[in-house]
Write a protein that binds this ligand. Sequence first.
Ligand SMILES: [Mg+2]
Length: 323
Amino acid sequence: MASEFQLIERYFAGRGALREDVVLGVGDDAALLRVPQGMDLAVAVDTMVEGVHFSPEADPESLGHKILAVNLSDLAAMGAEPAWATLALTLPKVDEAWLERFGRGLHTLAQRCRVALVGGDTTRGPLALTVQVHGFVPTGQAIRRGGARPGDLVYVTGCLGDAGLALLVLQEEVRLPGRDRTSVLERLDRPQPRLAQGLALRGLASAAIDVSDGLAADLGHILEASGVGATVQVQRLPVSAALKSVFDAAGGWALPLSAGDDYELCFSVPERRQAELEKAFRDLDVGCTWIGWVERDRGLRCVLDDGSMVVPAAPGYDHFSGA
Ligand SMILES: [Mg+2]
């Protein structure tokens, strides 16, 4: 008879995309995977814990999506193409309805991003979700954090601050009309990894990072790793119509500058490559906005159009995500 935890395998074995580079998937002591010649393997892992990263009422399908999406976002930031994932689940009890819905969220995104689920583990304990992803990038072409140089232009994809706004909506600090409410909650619960944008940046970006802790904090990581500084023109930061509509109520520039969980890409590009960058992004579903430039003087300077400075909130604040 199948044990409770063998039962769980049914929800995950052989799911996600089918790939020829999976020699052996779920079912043996280890998966066997073949990295194509000429490729480096990029690996990232992330854990989400109930009570720390999400609330007990969180929708399981959204959790399945998000735990994979945040990992894929890290691959996107390296310019890597995703291939495989493993899953480690710690569950307080076996709840088949929960597993079914969690699996649906995970597998739907995995299929769409051509990711094969090649292994996993389940244990009993407080609810915690861990996914590790593996992707490929041509040897030596991964985009690192340390390559930004003075004179480079700083860009960000998509819009910033919506996930932070969603938290304020959930905490009932900000009210939004129905459609805007739905769209910002979607940004928080179902972030879309910017994989196509990451691939487009290969060979173009001098440095890149995904915005998980807030633009100021994450751009700060690029600046530190590169030994440079930057000025960001705060009023150029791209924000959604929903955020614009409640801008002051939501704290003005605080959200796009400091709120986390947006999973956009922030990157630097040498100025002479600007035309190529615009061409590379022309046909993508989500574009990018120029927000500032890299400088020799260390530190991040956030300036308004009138020349006054804005000081970003303390970086990387922890929060209860409503996912
Ligand atoms: Mg990251």
